[in-house]
Design a protein around this ligand. Structure first.
Ligand SMILES: Nc1nc2c(ncn2[C@@H]2O[C@H](COP(=O)(O)OP(=O)(O)O)[C@@H](O)[C@H]2O)c(=O)[nH]1
Ligand SMILES: [Mg+2]
Length: 411
């Protein structure tokens, strides 16, 4: 338990004392204990519980984590293979990680492979999921154990220069999922971390495709807030010179885009003005995973980005983490207040988790005495939820909604 977690539990203790003085039942204490235990477990799972020991781990300079992301088919896996080969030749000490649970065969040998922990096909079968759901769930399962991965890398940190991370084929599964965010944050709060955004250069020769690719890169930059390296891959097929030109001179891009008079083209031209600032803060490099061109340049840019991380991103990260902790504490306090209010409302009665129709009627007639209007609304929401299987998070929802939620999650 770190210092910050300690202060959190102290705050929880405080609220429990208040509740005792409010004459609450033993069940409240049990609830609190459960809550504390849950908080503790969550904190342990959280990156701050990593073996660095303190709340804000000292970020080492090495190893540098390189998270390789990009559209499906942009050449991430092939590039990983090339990077691994380069590190071997140059005696660079690297660690390789595969986070794609659905990949059939890997062209490189990985040190950590998600497939050793989670069997993607089994997950699909067991949870009755399609391919994307299967990948997402496998990632979620893996993310719950990610503190162990971080500890493993920490133990080897002195012998490593880089950790190369391959991500699932479908970019959004990593960049827009909770598990992707957990994994990225776990890395970024322990080691200097950079994102290599792989671009399929030949396909980006079309201005509209180029623009959508850049917008995606921009969204990743905003989402991860980590140094981003635009890695123009497949330069053996098409040189990335045109891209550099378009990024430096938006007029050149507008001229290229103006050959097409469609709506998207006009929008693309306007967007190029907006993205000018974004381009200014980016580093880019041209590589070929097939021919091996640009490898030296790639690692140079990675080093520069790692410096940038230490100088700029680290401070921002610490600030955001403090803010996150503050919000988390506020939320917890809000939860405790809500629990207390609910208890006062129920008059300390035992809360039945498994609400049948009979219980519903009973609790409805009871609450009806307090808030008649609310109930009509809730009845509608309740029915809708049953049909669609959606859980509401409406603050006004009456207790039975919450009971059902708990019931459905099988707690
Ligand atoms: N010509 C050329 N083809 C490449 C290069 N990198 C990848 N490819 C090809 O692009 C396709 C997709 O590559 P893959 O690594 O599986 O992409 P991923 O889905 O991003 O992992 C494969 O057919 C690769 O052979 C490159 O640098 N040059
Ligand atoms: Mg791949």
């Amino acid at each position: 338990m770190n210092v910050d977690n300690g202060s959190e539990s102290a705050k929880l203790d405080n609220s429990s004392m208040q509740m005792d003085s409010d004459d609450s039942s033993d069940q409240v204490k049990d609830n609190e204990k459960e809550k504390e235990e849950l908080t503790e477990t969550m904190n342990k799972m959280h990156i701050e519980g990593s073996s660095s020991g303190n709340g804000f781990p000292n970020v080492r300079r090495k190893p540098v984590i390189i998270i390789v992301v990009g559209m499906a088919g942009s050449g991430k896996t092939t590039l990983m293979h090339r990077l691994v080969a380069h590190t071997h030749i140059k005696n660079i000490r690297g660690y390789v990680m595969n986070l794609d649970p659905a990949v059939m065969t890997l062209p490189y040998a990985s040190n950590i492979d998600i497939r050793d922990t989670v069997k993607y096909k089994e997950v699909m079968k067991q949870f009755n999921l399609g391919p994307n759901g299967g990948i997402l769930t496998s990632m979620n399962l893996f993310a719950t154990k990610f503190n162990e991965v971080i500890s493993m890398i920490e133990r080897r940190a002195d012998q490593l220069d880089y950790v190369l991370v391959d991500t699932p084929g479908q970019i959004e599964i990593f960049t827009w999922s909770a598990s992707g965010a957990i994994i990225t944050e776990a890395f970024a709060s322990t080691f200097p971390t950079v994102v290599a955004y792989v671009v399929d250069t030949p396909r980006s020769e079309d201005p509209t495709t180029f623009m959508s690719n850049m917008l995606y890169a921009c969204s990743i930059l905003y989402k991860t807030r980590l140094p981003l390296i635009l890695t123009f891959n497949k330069v053996d097929v098409a040189a990335h010179q045109f891209a550099l030109e378009w990024m430096e001179d938006f007029e050149a891009f507008q001229t290229a885009a103006s050959s097409d008079q469609s709506y998207t083209s006009t929008l693309t031209q306007s967007l190029s003005l907006v993205l000018d600032e974004f381009y200014n803060n980016l580093k880019s490099v041209g590589v070929s995973a097939v021919s091996g061109a640009g490898m030296e340049a790639f690692f140079k840019v990675v080093e520069a980005s790692a410096d940038e991380y230490m100088n700029t991103y680290k401070a921002d990260l610490d600030k955001r983490r403090e803010e996150k902790q503050r919000l988390e504490e506020e939320r917890r306090r809000g939860d405790m207040d809500k629990l207390r209010r609910d208890l006062e409302k129920s008059g300390g009665e035992t809360v039945v988790l498994n609400t049948g129709l009979k219980d519903k009627e009973k609790s409805k007639s009871k609450s009806m005495m307090d808030e008649e209007d609310e109930i009509e609304e809730d009845e509608v929401t309740d029915d809708d939820d049953d049909d669609l299987g959606i859980y509401t998070e409406d603050d006004d929802a009456i207790d039975e909604d919450e009971d059902e939620e708990v019931d459905k999650f099988g707690l």
